[in-house]
Design a protein around this ligand. Structure first.
Ligand code: FES
Length: 78
């Protein structure tokens, strides 16, 4: 975990952040199914599915995470 970097929690159930998704995209994850298998996002209540998909898409396009612009649970992990 990177210290001092603000993260947006995308999946509360599995405690997966936008940074976790971006990191996985950089390591080669290119599909939502793979994202679910690796991190477990959207495998519990499913409320995070849209945000997780958008974050993955933005990461694959090397755009800033859309999670920063969405209402979600925000927490700074220091
Ligand atoms: S918030 Fe992601 S499965 Fe519930």
């Amino acid at each position: 975990m990177e210290e001092g970097i603000r993260q947006m929690i995308v999946c509360v159930c599995r405690r997966v952040s936008d940074r976790d998704i971006e990191r996985l995209a950089r390591s080669g994850c290119a599909s939502f199914d793979e994202l679910q298998m690796e991190l477990g996002v959207a495998t519990c209540c499913g409320q995070c599915a849209d945000c997780a998909r958008k974050t993955l898409t933005a990461s694959l396009r090397h755009e800033p995470s859309t999670a920063h612009h969405m209402e979600s649970v925000e927490m700074a992990l220091a």
